[in-house]
Design a protein around this ligand. Structure first.
Ligand code: PLP
Length: 410
């Protein structure tokens, strides 16, 4: 038998959402006929925009004819999509990107898990805490930490606590780190970064020769015009930041799978002999080795998001979810809870009543209100004592969840 990658054994027992599924399944089996309201896992619920559906039909028809059939595409994505991304997502905000700096992929999850492959095992990783669990897990599997302690803290990482006490804005690390995972708007806290906050991070990364891995999966939810949407709006970020985005929560692509990562030409890493090398070239090489690009149909569908009609429909989707966020946040406040997020982000984050441990609150919410949420502890040790609900359900679900929480949670 071949030896396995032992680092898998360092991972915490179950991925957060797998454990949520397990508990939910057990509840359903014990209570057949229960009508659960699911504001837990953070998957979108509304159908794809009409412009996207049309593009899917049209590109499917192209596949049916020899003259328009497409086989393997470019590893990093078709130019028709890359140029729309460059123009709309960045050019419109004064950020100039070359199409060879944008890499289309099958998801933000895989991008954020894979980016660490570019760096040496001994690189020190800093993580917002709490945050999307994939950053920690992918670095554990790469051997950058020993197993977590009882609080869920991996000893190899530098945690950047984000709590109500610091407004969910982490302070800069007090020691040198090499890789910094930032997620804004934040999953799970719903916190956003001001221009000044991002500038501090960029300055820190430049001073420390560090690289920021900036996850902007929820960028489309930023409504405040003063807030930056991309880290490249900050001067000097091109040298020290890689940014990832996803069509999942913007255009309802969780089941379609499409995302992209920007690796600027100026971004550099260091070789063993101390010389600088291009991260863009390394990522190009990696993508070439490991991917043949997402399906043509899905890239055509994504390009349709940038048509005027697509933009209007996507905006309507986002506005609908943000309407849910308002209903949930106000409802929870009305129930006397201490509520955060839900303004420029589709997540509502609140303190568990009476300081209840977050998995205990998960069980209580499920048993008393038949509402599913996500326990804060699953996102990092500083998430303990907090809880997340998502705005991605239907309007009826948002209203029903709030009504049940107000009336049933004793
Ligand atoms: N990044 C963050 C912060 C997320 O919350 C998610 C999904 O929940 C992703 C990335 C992954 O998105 P995708 O569906 O593109 O894999």
């Amino acid at each position: 038998m071949p030896r396995i990658n032992e680092h898998f054994r360092s991972l915490r027992a179950a991925y957060l959402f797998a454990e949520i599924r397990r508990r939910t399944q057990a509840y359903r089996e014990a209570h057949p006929g229960a009508r659960l309201v699911n504001l837990g896992i953070g998957d979108v619920t509304q159908p794809l925009p009409a412009a996207v559906i049309r593009a899917l039909h049209e590109s499917t028809d192209e596949m049916a004819r020899a003259e328009t059939f497409k086989g393997y595409g470019p590893y990093a994505g078709y130019e028709f999509l890359l140029s729309e991304i460059a123009a709309h997502d960045f050019g419109a905000r004064g950020v100039r990107l070359g199409v060879d700096e944008i890499f289309v992929s099958d998801g933000g999850k895989s991008d954020s898990a894979n980016l660490q492959e570019l760096f040496a095992p001994e690189c020190v990783v800093a993580l917002m805490d709490p945050v999307y669990p994939v950053y920690a897990d992918s670095n554990v599997v790469a051997g950058r930490s020993a197993p977590a302690d009882e609080s869920g803290r991996y000893p190899g990482f530098v945690y950047l606590p984000c709590t109500a006490e610091n407004g969910f804005q982490p302070v800069l690390p007090s020691r040198h780190v090499d890789l910094i995972y930032l997620c804004y708007p934040n999953n799970p806290t719903g916190a956003v970064a001001t221009r000044e906050a991002l500038r501090r991070w960029v300055d820190y990364a430049r001073a420390e020769d560090a690289t920021i891995l900036f996850d902007a999966a929820y960028e489309a939810y930023v409504a405040d015009p003063e807030l930056p949407r991309s880290i490249y709006e900050i001067e000097g970020a091109r040298e020290v930041a890689i940014e990832s985005r996803s069509f999942s929560k913007t255009a309802g692509f969780t089941g379609m799978r499409l995302a992209y990562t920007v690796v600027p030409k100026e971004a550099r890493g260091r070789t063993a002999d101390g010389s600088a090398t291009s991260l863009n070239q390394l990522w190009t090489r990696r993508v070439g080795i490991k991917s043949n690009g997402p399906p043509y149909l899905i890239q055509k569908a994504a390009a349709a998001v940038y048509t005027p009609e697509g933009q209007k429909q996507v905006r309507a989707l986002i506005n609908g979810y943000m309407g849910n966020a308002r209903i949930i946040a106000e409802g929870l406040r009305g129930a006397g809870l201490e509520v955060y997020g839900g303004r420029n982000a589709p997540y509502i984050w609140f303190r568990t009543p009476g300081g209840l441990p977050s998995w205990d609150f998960f069980d209580r919410l499920l048993e008393q209100a038949e509402v599913l949420g996500a326990p804060g502890a699953g996102f990092g040790p500083s998430g303990e004592g907090y809880f997340r609900l998502t705005a991605f359900g239907s309007r009826a679900d948002a209203e029903e969840a709030v009504a049940r929480i107000r009336t049933r949670l004793g």
